[in-house]
Ligand binder design. Sequence first.
Ligand SMILES: [Zn+2]
Length: 576
Amino acid sequence: MLFIIAGIAAFSYVVLTVPREASMLLINGKIYPLDTDDHVAEAIALHGNKIAGVGKTSELLAEYKNVRVIDLQGKTVIPGLVDGHGHMLGEGGYLQNLDLNGTTSPQQVADMVARKIKDVHAEQWVLGRGWDQNRWQKEEFPTHDILDKISPNNPVVLRRVDGHAMWVNAKVLQIAGVSSSTPDPDGGKIYRDAKGNPTGIFVDNAMDLIDRVIPELTTEEIGQRLRYALDECAKLGLTEVHDMGVDLQTIETYKKLIENGECPLRIYAAIDYLTAQLDESKGRTNTWKYYLTHGKEVGYGNGMLNVRAVKLYMDGALGSRGAALLDQYSDDPGNRGLTIMHESQIDTICEQAAANGFQVCVHAIGDRANHIMLNEYEKILGNLPKNSLSPRWRIEHCQVLEPSDIPRFKQIGILPSMQPTHATSDMYWAELRLGPERIKGAYAWQSLLKTGVNIIGGSDFPVESPNPLWGIYAAVTRSDRAGYPQNGWRSEECMTRLQAIRAFTTNAAYGAFEESIKGQIQPGQWADLTVLSKDIMQIPAAEILTTAVEMTIVNGKIVYQKSPVAAGDSAAPAGN
Ligand SMILES: [Zn+2]
C-alpha cells in the first residue's frame, strides 16, 4: 500500500517537471490564430500532426525542450489556407494541354495550336483551355474554319476559360457526327451559321456531344495531373482544396497518392453527379450510386481525404450567357440562359443526400438558378427532423442574386461558396449582361455577410488562378491586379481583411465539417499553417499581391518551403 502511494507521488512529481512534448516550435512570428478576431501570438508548438500550444516565444521556449525550432524572424502565420472550390484534374490538365489564358485573338490561339501540332503524332487529339472571347478585339465566338486551316487531321478541342463552352475544328465535328441535323440537347446550345451548320462552338450540355468522343484519361495521366496540381497548390500556400466534381477513378488515384506520400494537402472531394451519369454509359461504376451504397468516407489517410459531398449543376456561366436568369440578358434579348439539370432530378438527389448524410453543393450562377435552389433546399431541409444538425448544404458561386433571396441563405442555413476573383475577372462586362439594376445583387459579398452568413472562399481554378492571395486581394479591393478600378468595382461589396482571410480558412473549414480540427491555430487542431513573408492584415492591399508564401505546413509536415532554413534557425533541438 505504502509502495503504491509513493509510486503515485513520484509519478506526479515527474509530470510536473518534464517539459511538454512537441516536435517543432515556430517562434518570433506574427501569428493570427483566428480563434478570436483580434488575438495575435508569437509562437506555435506543433506535436505530430496537431497544434500543441500557442503563445509568447519566451513561454513556449521555456515550456518545450528538445525540439526543432524555426525562427520566423517576424514572418506572419495564419491558419492553413483552403481553396473552397477548385478542380484539380482541370488544373493539372494545363501542364499537358495548351494554356490559352491571356490570348488576345482567335489567330493567336490558332498559332499556338499550330505549334503544338508539330509535337504530336498524326491524328492525336489537341486539347486546350483558357480562351475568352470577351478579351478579344472582336468579342464574338470563333468558328471552326480558322482551326481547320492549321489542323485538318488532328482533332482540336479548346475549352473556354470558364469550362462552359468549347471550340472545336471540323475534324471533331466529323468524329462526333454532329451536323446541321443534330438538335440542340436539353440545357445546351450548338452555335450555327445562317444555313444551320455547326460553327464549332458548343455550350454547356451540348459539350457532351464532344466529350463522349474524346479519348479517356489513363490512370497514369490522372495521377500525373493530380500530382502537378497538388504541388502547385502547396507552393501557393494551400493546405486543402475542395475538389468540386470528382469520380471514382480520381478518388482511387488520390488514395494511391496518399498511401505513397505524394499528396501534400488535404482534399475535400465532391462527387460529380453529371460525370457519374456518364460513368454508366461508359460501362463503369456510377460514382454517386457507389457512395450511396458504401456510405460517405470521412478522414481517410490521417484526415487527408473526405468524400461526403455531391456536386450538382443548376445552370451554366455568365460569360457564355448560360447562367439562368429570371429576366432576359440585357445584351441578348429573349435569352434567359440555361438550366442544366432538371428540378425533379435535383430533387431526387437532394432527397438521397439528406437520407444518407451527404452534403449537397450546387453550381448556381444566375438569379433564377439561385432562386430555384433556395426553394429546393428550403423544402428539403424543412422536412428534416426538428432538432437535426445542419447538413451545411452549399450553393457554389451565388454570383447573381435577386435582392429578396440574399437574406434567405442565413434563414435556411445555406452556405454561400464564392470566388472573389470571378468578380474582378467579370467586372468589365458583367453589367452588359445584367444591366444597372440586377448588377446590384451580383458578387454581393458584403450584402450577404451583413445577413450573418459566412462565405466560403475559393477560386474555381482552373477558371481562375488557384493563388489564394490573389483571391484575398480581390476580396478586399474588388480591383484587378493592375489596380483597376482604383477604388474598387462597386466597392461597397468589398470584404474586410478579416472577412477575406476567414473565408479562405475558418469558413472553408466549416464548409467541410472540419471547424473543430482546422481553420484556427489552437491546441488540438491540425497543424495546418501558411507562413507568409508579409503581414497581410496590415500592409497596403496592393502588397498582398507581392506577398510570398514562405512555408506551407500540413499535418505538422513542411510540404513546401520557399528557401532552406535560414541561418539562426536551429534544426537541432533547442534547450538541453
Ligand atoms: Zn467550378
